[in-house]
Design a protein around this ligand. Structure first.
Ligand SMILES: Nc1ncnc2c1ncn2[C@@H]1O[C@H](COP(=O)(O)OP(=O)(O)OP(=O)(O)O)[C@@H](O)[C@H]1O
Length: 270
């Protein structure tokens, strides 16, 4: 099954074209991406789903310029990442891309406000004070600005990380399992926050997740299997996403069940 560009008029904030990623070489080489073409439309929240080992993180890392493709091309806006030397790539990641990781990655010695402003400070600018001010309200941390990360709950820390990711008004924010370290309530808050930020500020989020409940917060889900893009789903619900994931498992019942099956099993009608 070939699935390519989404039927949307919105120009992509990021995209990969005929992306191939091979780790290693020869008999031991792993083809983690096997000819993936996918757009991540601007102003939308897209989730990348698929069984364990299907290439989700590899796709995100190559789309974000954290790793390089073996063949094909990845773009942020109109910029071909393959055309950039290391220095320009570093600048692009700093100025045009935001990241949210599972492990929060806040600087423990800095306050909440300093953590949020860190990308701007590193870039040597003050950013847009009104934008930062609005962000602080969107993430609901105004009364915590002078606290340090250790004084916050996990969910609050991830909200700081979300604000930091958006601080420089990046073209696209990539989130890698952003709720992996959170309980379901805090995780739900962070996902709601990502969705609200996209809708209120017309920003773009691309999120890797193995959790159908998390994916249901996105506007659209793209599905990977064995390094290929196999489906896309608009306006997902957790049940529809889980059903789609189960379909991946059917041809190979003898396989070890993927992590994607486990988290929300109880939430799905039998
Ligand atoms: N640095 C690496 N060296 C060798 N093989 C790798 C490397 N990174 C990933 N792979 C392999 O590439 C394939 C895709 O991995 P990837 O981490 O992108 O999948 P994933 O869908 O994100 O998996 P998970 O849900 O388990 O995190 C897997 O077979 C994996 O073992």
């Amino acid at each position: 099954m070939t699935v390519t560009t989404a039927p949307t008029k919105t120009p992509p904030a990021a995209r990969v074209v005929d992306a191939v990623k091979v780790y290693g070489s020869g008999d031991t080489g792993v083809r983690a991406l096997d000819g993936v073409s996918v757009d991540f439309p601007a102003g939308r929240f897209t989730a990348i789903m698929g069984p364990s080992g299907s290439g989700k993180s590899t796709l995100m890392h190559c789309a974000a310029g954290l790793d390089t493709l073996t063949e094909g091309a990845s773009y942020i806006g109109d910029t071909d990442l393959g055309s950039l030397d290391d220095r320009r790539l570093t600048l692009l990641r700093r100025d045009r891309v935001g990241f949210v990781f599972q492990a929060f990655n806040l600087v423990p010695t800095l306050t909440v406000e300093e953590n949020i402003r860190l990308p701007l400070d590193l870039a040597g600018g003050r950013g847009d004070p009104e934008w930062i001010d609005a962000l602080i309200d969107v993430v609901g941390l105004r009364d915590r600005l002078r606290h340090r990360p250790a004084e916050l709950s996990g969910g609050q820390q991830q909200r700081v990380a979300v604000a930091r990711a958006f601080a420089g008004r990046p073209d696209v924010v990539f989130a890698d399992e952003p709720t992996g370290n959170l309980d379901s309530r805090s995780g739900g808050e962070v996902l709601g926050l990502l969705g609200r930020t996209v809708r209120r500020t017309a920003r773009t989020v691309v999120m890797v997740t193995h959790d159908p409940v998390a994916a249901a917060h996105a506007d659209e889900v793209v599905f990977l299997a064995d390094g290929r893009l196999v489906d896309r789903m608009e306006n997902p619900t957790a049940d529809r996403v889980l059903d789609r994931m189960k379909a991946f498992e059917l041809p190979s019942q003898t396989d070890v069940p993927s992590r994607a099956e486990t988290p929300s099993r109880t939430e799905v009608p039998s």
